[in-house]
Design a protein around this ligand. Sequence first.
Ligand code: NDP
Length: 480
Amino acid sequence: AQANVGVVGLAAMGASLARNLAHHGNTVAIYNRTPKRTDTLMEQHGDEGAFVPSYTLQDFVDSLIPPRTAIIMVKAGEPTDEMINALADLMQPGDIIVDAGNAYFPDTMRREKEIRARGLHFVGCGVSGGEEGALKGPSMMPGGTEESWQTLKPILESIAAKAEGEPCVTHIGANGAGHFVKMVHNGIEYSDMQLIAESYDLMRRGLGMSANEIGDVFEQWNKSELESYLIEITADVLHEQDKTTGKPLVDIILDHAGMKGTGTWTVQTALSLGVPVTGIAEAVFARGLSSQTALRQGAQAIDFAGPDGSLQLSEQERESFIEDIRHALYASKIVAYAQGFNEITTAAQEYDWKIDLAAVARIWRGGCIIRAKFLNRIAEAFESGQAETSLLFAPYFKEAIEQAQASWRRVVARAAQYGIPTPVFASSLSYFDGLRADRLPAALIQGQRDYFGAHTYQRVDKEGTFHTLWAEEGRPEINA
Ligand code: NDP
């Protein structure tokens, strides 16, 4: 045995992770079900570091120094279960199995329980940054026991992205906590992307700007508090020309947004936890609508009357409206993060995880898709204890949203007036206004519920649970 860590599954992600490990002084055992991938990695990258290739799972396990650490990077779902069980059959108590694929956190909780019962450690580890991140430094969110973290820490810190010198990895919490936080990361990613897309639509259709001009705007925005990976790549995407037609590539790409499920999981989980993640939910639904081909074609055929999206602004008004969009984007983005962190806090209570939110914000500063300058501010807000209930309550973000507010309202109002859909801008603003409201119309809903279902209600002026005999003569109220 000579390898201090092993990787099972050498497709795009696994091969990149194995190479990253080797680049940082680890001796890396490698195994893939189909030998060809192992051979290809050795042929093309075998000289990049110390690899120990194996062609059976037994040889792979034997090549690992105890306590063994095996990282699984195979297809999510059934194949991951098969591989976990096959490894557990061959490994010894105290060994560590890491699932670095995209797993749904209840699966991770189940797997952790099963593997722990067999005396081994199971770590569900969220990995963000795609193939390039896996190779050059991802952001990683490991769950599992504190004991397994002690072994994994130096290995994962060696390959993680660095943000201001700090490795973008931290022990998130027990069992499924790591995959949970990775899931919410992806949910926030959905809303970040949709907000950028709504901003683009407002400039393209609303202001009649070219893709190239809008690319320039995003390039400028990337020098502001919006500085982030997604804004940066958006500028590149918009500047790209199609080689065959000479048109902006964005005009040639079919407008059906795909998804692989993590956004949906984030929303489903939020619904069952009772946490409003309206921005993330609208972002998932917007992708859903984009891909409803028959529905969209039907709507085109019916040719609904309505505004065409053109805002008809003067040159001067256009400039200030672009600034409005920038402020609206920032405010809505803050709301999406506030909602995402609320989901984490609520889940932590539900599942008994101790999650350091400031540490989560810090490891998202590098390597991952939502990496952004303002995560430093989020980390500070949680560290100060001022964001415990909501990120929006921290003075920095309270002020930011107050300053953006007038712009945000103009953007949502104009978009509605001229017929450009802005589901995440609008729902984030509604969430903010819902929070601000002294009284909500929920009182009326309670009245309706009590009327048709005798669901009872509480009063503002006295303790107790009440029911009104709404439809009856004299409408008596009874203390239920
Ligand atoms: P894929 O999801 O395409 O999976 C292919 C790998 O799984 C191959 O190594 C394949 O082996 C192996 N595999 C499939 N079925 C089995 C099985 N029954 N038994 C053993 N091995 C099996 O690979 P990716 O590299 O794209 O992703 C790996 C994991 O990482 C997934 O869970 C994915 O969700 C996650 N992930 C992916 C990201 C990305 O950007 N792609 C980002 C973050 C996470 P073989 O060669 O023999 O077919």
